[in-house]
Write a protein that binds this ligand. Structure first.
Ligand code: NAP
Length: 280
């Protein structure tokens, strides 16, 4: 039986710690959250972000723009927020409606206020290993590993998925912790053969029951980043939990593992951005 890596509990503890650190400041860190259009999932995520900020004493300001917002209007708003000296972080909830170039929007955010750490300048710092702002999901995974005393140094780590927001930065963060890292994707030949070598597997694919027991070595650490909806509407990750849990040494539940850690790392980044900008 594997030890469950309880992201929900660690996130709650981290929020307490952030609240304490915010209370020590002589200003209130602030985050602008921009949502464009009526995507219900985006609305759900934005509401959660605002709730998390409120719990930790971070001021959140929502900018809800209509579905037919022009890219130029969004860029103008971002320029205004970049110049606002009272504002520490800017988050644009993705995906954006068709017709708005996400790359252009991300590039427009001041790297100092880029609390998602998606801007090319911040991505460069992740490569160099000297980033102050880290992408929330991979950073949350690293926190979970740390909390459970799992040191990636010298270990075989296999990251499944190569997206810019999860797979690639996750691989970099593990590499900086001296892991031997393999990145797999849809063109990987014989994926089970690769994953069976792994001491640590991070699965970020987006498919229900994707990681099966025959792909996992006994005693491996299994991190499930996936967030999927089953036909009955319930949420689940990428890992066939019932089959993999008995052979893993540590495993994240999904939901309740990586998701809450992703949420809390946004608060960490907002606090970091505030402290850097205000030199406090
Ligand atoms: P993404 O951009 O769709 O990337 C998925 C990756 O999976 C791609 O690199 C793709 O390979 C790879 N893949 C697809 N089919 C595969 C196969 N048969 N074998 C090997 N690799 C395969 O997704 P993402 O944004 O990284 O997110 C991944 C999952 O994590 C999603 O379920 C998402 O909802 C979830 N997520 C959760 C959190 C959280 O807080 N828990 C945060 C972010 C994302 P190619 O590149 O070759 O297409």
């Amino acid at each position: 039986m594997a030890i469950l890596m309880d992201g929900k509990a660690l996130a709650a503890e981290t929020r307490k710690d952030i609240s304490r650190r915010v209370a020590e400041l002589d200003y209130q860190p602030s985050l602008a959250v921009i949502i464009v259009g009526n995507n219900p999932a985006s609305r759900f995520y934005v509401n959660n972000k605002k709730k998390d900020c409120a719990e930790c004493g971070i001021k959140s300001i929502e900018y809800a723009l209509s579905e037919d917002t022009k890219e130029s209007e969004l860029l103008e708003l971002i320029a205004r927020l970049n110049a606002d000296d009272e504002l520490d972080g800017i988050l644009v909830q993705l995906p954006l409606p068709k017709g708005i170039d996400e790359k252009a929007v991300i590039a427009a955010i001041s790297p100092q206020k880029d609390v998602d750490a998606f801007h090319a300048e911040n991505v460069g710092h992740i490569m160099l290993g000297d980033a102050a702002l880290l992408p929330c999901t991979p950073a949350g995974v690293m926190r979970l590993l740390e909390r459970y005393g799992i040191d990636p140094a010298g270990k075989e780590c296999v990251v499944i998925g190569r997206s810019n927001i999860v797979g690639k930065p996750q691989a970099m963060l593990l590499l900086h912790r001296n892991a031997t890292v393999t990145i797999c994707h849809s063109r990987t030949r014989d994926l089970p053969e690769v994953t069976r070598r792994a001491d640590i597997i991070v699965c970020a694919v987006g498919k229900v029951d994707f990681l099966r027991a025959d792909m996992v070595r006994r005693g491996a650490v299994v991190i499930d980043v996936g967030m999927n909806t089953r036909a009955d509407g319930s949420l689940t990750g990428d890992v066939d939990f019932a089959a993999v849990e008995p052979i893993a040494s540590y495993i994240t539940p999904a939901p309740g593992g990586v998701g809450p850690m992703t949420r809390v790392m946004l608060l960490e980044n907002t606090l970091t951005a505030a402290k850097m900008r205000r030199k406090s």
